[in-house]
Design a binder for this molecule. Sequence first.
Ligand code: C2E
Ligand code: CA
Ligand code: CA
Ligand code: CA
Length: 276
Amino acid sequence: TKSRARGYCTAFEPEMDARYVEQQKLKADLRDAVENKRLHVDYQPMYKPDGSRIECCEALARWIHPEKGTIPPNVFIQIAEEMGIISGITEFVVERACRDCTTWPNHMSVSVNLSVQDLRNADIVAIVCAALEKSGLDPARLHLEVTESSIMDELVTVRAILADLRSRGITIAIDDFGTGFSSLSYLDSLPVDIVKIDRSFVRNIGEDSRRFKLLRGTVNLSRELGLKIVIEGVETKDQLALINAHRCADYIQGYVFSMPVATEAVIVLSDALRRK
Ligand code: C2E
Ligand code: CA
Ligand code: CA
Ligand code: CA
């Protein structure tokens, strides 16, 4: 539209105009929702590989727009990052997650996603500590997920912040592992405890597929380094059987066991397992 616009009056480009107005409205609505805490949090359980127990749940932010309905988190998280208001979402989610976790069985932890922007700002330590204090949750029950690419971004700052959080008893997980450019050799120098292997490694896996060989290699090396392994996006019984036949995972997260659910449902799911 740029070249077309050049010859005409750029102020009246109806299509572009409408899209721009809509985007501005969405941003204003998001700001409003964050300020007034009109977001929700769902939780997706991570199971022991045999499915006998829920060990941890990942907190996933939800925004139900009054007119547009559910907006996917990867959409509104990115907008929030562009607007510079992501720390408001992180604060909301970590607070809610810590509080909800105190209502779950004691052996269960909760895992909260941090954005790349959270890791550039040492305020994140105060935000997380405030949520722990307010809820009274044992820091050993809080996990924080950081993506591989966000760690590589500003290695020195990020490493210091993660080391600080970890020294308080919080567990650090690397999210979406295998999608970025970091080599496994970095893992050893980072203050992390858990590796979450991205679901792209699970899609279309077969015993002899190259993807599965990559997955097994990553798992073996991570274990050598003393890290625990979560495999994400496990959808089918066949995928689960293959992963378990090779003892690839310490925890499994995916539709094969459960979709993200409300906090009340976490308790129901875990009670049902205990009664088995
Ligand atoms: P993620 O951290 O990789 O979260 C896992 C996503 O995979 C979730 O999507 C979950 O519903 C989906 N998923 C789980 N199991 C399966 C499966 O078996 N198959 C498939 N195809 N998908 C599965 P969701 O909730 O839409 O979240 C998308 C992304 O939005 C998250 O990816 C994360 O990057 C971001 N996000 C969500 N909540 C937050 C938050 O509170 N803070 C930040 N910074 N990012 C968040
Ligand atoms: Ca995550
Ligand atoms: Ca823990
Ligand atoms: Ca992930």
